[in-house]
Design a protein around this ligand. Structure first.
Ligand SMILES: [Zn+2]
Length: 482
């Protein structure tokens, strides 16, 4: 009797592992080729099970399908599965009246496979902090939102929505406030911030256990910002500047008022030296400083003279208020002389050419677009795909470009254990593509399905998101026309 009872218990324990008793997942993707971005390789005929927001199984299709049943199956045959994309540099803003238009950009990111965005500060930081919470709570549809909150600036800066600082005590108060807001990182810009306070702020931010990024004042070298502890260099132009042989002398001359900004920029433009650059980039690598190129906006602005964007279909997805903020850069560009236009083209080409040097030096490149208000024709969602195409065009491997958009962001935020690969235990943020992005980076745009926090958005659902966004913008346009 006793023995029989023990045998019965053993049988019950074994039961889940017997044929027919499958574990239940929410979603099962069948027969997909998984892209292992880290090792630039493909793993064919895989099944991926997700439950809630997590991946619960990945393996040979036959084995996983035997062990797991699911409420929904997704056909991955002939398709390629990558981790969700991260846009590590975008902005919400344009004034308090544009909150709804900015909020309406969130579904566009999802429709283009971007599952995490990093807002690098604008003029509506408290709205954005609210959206971050609503998205996390499942009350607002959008990609995971990480934000700097209000940026640290000097007194009476060009930018609105900032924490103005004119002394070390001001900086201390600003950092304490940002820590209280539980911002995801800190952005520091320099339109009026004193250079010594910039360095002080970077140090204070790091001491508070936060990451610091920003625009480095002209009177400082990139190396000084690196030594102070800056966590990432935003915009490739600063990486170019770090490769200028006389950077320290030019910074000192500018700081002392011996040359103006235009003169300093002209000297920097003419002074790039590959050996200096490689030494600077080795320092970035050693200090773990990442670079966010934002090449798409650099290219778009450099070629506003020759590229006609007036018929871009994507304009139909951008609200009229945000479209209006584009005009500032367009007007500024229209005033340029032929000589200035030519110089702009050349500077873009020279700056883009540092991409493979960064890769060679082992610097982690983080994909970011600068999309949002002000930045003309740099479209939320689409821009990241254009950004990756520019990386490859300028010398990165497709795998390197993919890593910049899937692994670098999680690595920078210290969450690579939860994001950045298609593995058991990781977040179910996934893209199923029709073509192989390791062969052609433009394949990131061949999106069949997006899985966001475990929820399936198939092509029909993604097209519906875009149609709804287009209809909303059309309604706003009609109201404006009244
Ligand atoms: Zn920016």
């Amino acid at each position: 009797m006793k023995i029989a009872r023990i045998m019965l218990s053993a049988a019950m324990l074994l039961q889940p592992f017997q044929a027919g008793a499958r574990e239940q997942a929410d979603v099962l993707i069948r027969h997909a080729t998984v892209i292992d971005v880290e090792h630039a390789r493909t793993i064919p005929d895989q099944a991926i099970a997700t439950r809630g927001e997590k991946i619960v199984a990945v393996g040979d299709d036959a084995e996983v399908a035997k062990a797991w049943g699911a409420g929904r199956e997704v056909d991955g045959k002939g398709r390629f599965l990558i981790p969700g994309l991260w846009d590590m540099h975008m902005h919400f803003g344009g004034g308090p009246d544009l909150a709804e238009e900015n909020k309406a950009l969130l579904p566009l990111y999802v429709a283009y496979g971007i599952t995490t965005i990093r807002d690098c500060a604008g003029d509506m930081p408290y709205d954005v902090l609210g959206w971050r919470q609503e998205i996390a709570d499942g009350k607002l549809f959008g990609p995971r939102l990480l934000t700097s909150g209000p940026k640290i600036e000097g007194i009476k800066p060009v930018w609105k929505g900032t924490l103005e600082t004119g002394s070390e005590a001001d900086v201390d108060a600003a950092v304490a406030k940002l820590a209280g807001l539980k911002v995801d990182f800190v952005k520091i810009t320099d339109s009026t911030l004193k250079p010594e306070l910039f360095l002080y702020a970077v140090g204070k931010v790091r001491a508070a256990g936060l990451r610091a990024s920003g625009h480095i004042p002209m009177a400082l070298t990139v190396g000084q910002a690196v030594d102070a502890g800056i966590s990432s260099i935003e915009h490739l132009s600063y990486a170019y500047k770090a490769g200028v042989k006389d950077e320290a002398r030019i910074a000192a001359d500018f700081g002392a008022g011996r040359i103006d900004r235009a003169q300093a920029q002209a000297e920097l433009a003419a002074g790039f030296d590959p050996a200096t650059a490689m030494a600077s980039y080795a320092r970035l690598r050693d200090r773990g400083v990442f670079v966010t190129p934002t090449l798409n906006i650099e290219r778009t602005l450099a070629y506003l003279d020759s590229d006609d964007h007036s018929k871009d279909a994507f304009l139909g997805l951008i609200g009229p208020g945000i479209r209006k903020t584009y005009q500032w850069r367009i007007d500024r560009s229209a005033k340029a002389t032929p000589g200035e236009i030519e110089a702009r083209h050349q500077q873009y080409q020279k700056t883009a050419a540092v991409m493979p040097m960064l890769e060679k030096a082992g610097v982690t490149i983080m994909a970011g677009t600068d999309a949002g208000f002000l930045n003309s024709f740099d479209y939320p969602g689409l821009a990241l795909h254009q950004e990756l195409a520019l990386y490859v065009k300028n010398g990165l491997s497709p795998a390197g470009a993919l890593a910049a958009a899937t692994r670098a962001g999680p690595k920078w935020f210290g969450v690579l254990d939860r994001y950045g690969s298609v593995e058991k235990g990781k977040q179910a943020d996934l893209l199923l593509l029709d073509r192989n992005p390791l062969e052609d980076i433009s394949a990131t745009q061949s999106i069949d399905t997006v899985i966001l926090r475990g929820a399936v958005q198939d092509r029909t659902a993604l097209d519906r998101l875009l149609a709804e966004a287009r209809a909303k913008v059309a309604r706003w346009d009609a109201e404006m026309a009244k």
